[in-house]
Structures are given as C-alpha cells and as structure tokens.
Design a protein around this ligand. Sequence first.
Ligand SMILES: Cc1cc2nc3c(=O)[nH]c(=O)nc-3n(C[C@H](O)[C@H](O)[C@H](O)COP(=O)(O)OP(=O)(O)OC[C@H]3O[C@@H](n4cnc5c(N)ncnc54)[C@H](O)[C@@H]3O)c2cc1C
Length: 215
Amino acid sequence: MMDAPSERTRVKRLNKRAKYDAETVHGILDAMPICHVGYMFNGAPYVTPTLQWREGSRVYWHGSSASRMLEACEDAQVCLTVTILDGFVMARAAFNHSCNYRSVMAFGTARKLTDPAQKEQSLKAFTEGLWPGRWDMLRKMTAQELKATTVLSMELDEASAKIRSGPPGDDEADYGLPIWAGVIPVRQELLAPADDPRLLAGLAPPRHVTDFRIG
Ligand SMILES: Cc1cc2nc3c(=O)[nH]c(=O)nc-3n(C[C@H](O)[C@H](O)[C@H](O)COP(=O)(O)OP(=O)(O)OC[C@H]3O[C@@H](n4cnc5c(N)ncnc54)[C@H](O)[C@@H]3O)c2cc1C
C-alpha cells in the first residue's frame, strides 16, 4: 500500500481503512461536491461547509469576494474534508456500531486565483464537471460577477482517504446473541427536477439535468 504523504496525514486510528493514492482520493472528491473547509480566523477555528471541485491534482472552492471564509483561507493553512456516508453499521454491542463511509482529509495552503481568465476557466470547469454542456447554454458571466467571485485552490499532495465498508465487526462471543445486526445502506437520492415557476413555457430539462447523478 502507498505510504502516507506526510506524518500528519498518516491514519493512526484503524489504519487498515487508510488509502493515500491519488485515484482513491480523487474518486471520493469527484463523487461528492460538498466539502468542509477548516481554517483559523481571529485565533479561533472555523469549519465551513461549501462546494468543491477538482481539476487535475488541485481542489478548488469559491464564493463571494466578501466571504470571511475565503479571505481567512487565502495564503493560509487549511484542512479540507469530504465525506460520503454509505451506511449505518449495526452490531450486537453498542461499542461495535459504526458507519460505512468514504472520506478524505487534505491539508495545504490555499491560493487565490488572481488572473480573471483563469478564474473564469475554473468556474466553467466547476459547472461543466457537474452538468456537462451547461456553461455554453448560460448567459455569459459579467466582469462584475467575476470580480465578485473569489476562487481558491489547493494542491492535493497531502491527503488521506479513509474507507469503511462491509458488515459489522462484533466480538466473537457476541455472534451467538439473538440481536439483529447488519447494515442500513445510505445513498443520496435525486428526485425529479422541479421547474422554476417563472420558466418560459415549453422548456424541458436538458440531458445534464435528467442524467445528473451523485455519489
Ligand atoms: C461518516 C463518519 C462517521 C464517523 N464516526 C466516528 C465516530 O462516531 N467516532 C469516531 O471516533 N470516529 C468516527 N469517524 C472516524 C473519524 O473521521 C476519525 O477517523 C477518527 O475519529 C480518528 O480520529 P483521529 O484524529 O484520532 O485520527 P488519526 O488517525 O490520529 O488521524 C491522523 C490522520 O489520519 C487522517 N484521517 C483521520 N481520519 C480520517 C478520515 N475520516 N478520513 C480521511 N483521513 C482521515 C488525517 O490525515 C489525519 O490527520 C467517522 C468517520 C466518518 C467519515
């Protein structure tokens, strides 16, 4: 197995669940656009949920240029996590209950994209990554909208993944107990797209909406 890229990314608790290869880390990021970004602001820790996307070996997130989170993260050390809950694992003893999950923790220094063209390109990659073909359908971004948007990115060279799957692990003696044990699988369900009440008549959702998948 590939070794941890740094001491602080080395999974110590249940390290058999650890993976450090780019394919695994990228796969989890690509499967779940929600991340949590942890950073320090005025001497206190904050963890902000937001959306992320990946381009090559970098992870990106964005927001209002007035956002405290983005201002505090710029050129600062951050920790970004992504979590996918795959199941509730129910054992014969409370102690052995667990979750099935895929998660990533990535550490690094967040950098702001300063070149407007690069910033727009990245926002396009974000949109296209979720809904291929959407960017070119949209009203073009104005210079003011671009200015009002900050994009941060971070190299994914210090990241760990942790994955749990499968049934509960009970103490050997407990397998004979008449207690239900197993897994309640979890997945995010997409419902039918809901038209905007102000949608022009006769517009059907495009393929990138009807074919959208997550997880
Ligand atoms: C959905 C979900 C539910 C969980 N429920 C619990 C719970 O109830 N109680 C509990 O104690 N733990 C739970 N965990 C596991 C938890 O995320 C930590 O792995 C665990 O608490 C050990 O933390 P630690 O700081 O001691 O890890 P350490 O092993 O000391 O962490 C060292 C390094 O390992 C890596 N690492 C640690 N955890 C993760 C992770 N989850 N994903 C990616 N890299 C990681 C990081 O790089 C970290 O810096 C859950 C995880 C998920 C995703």
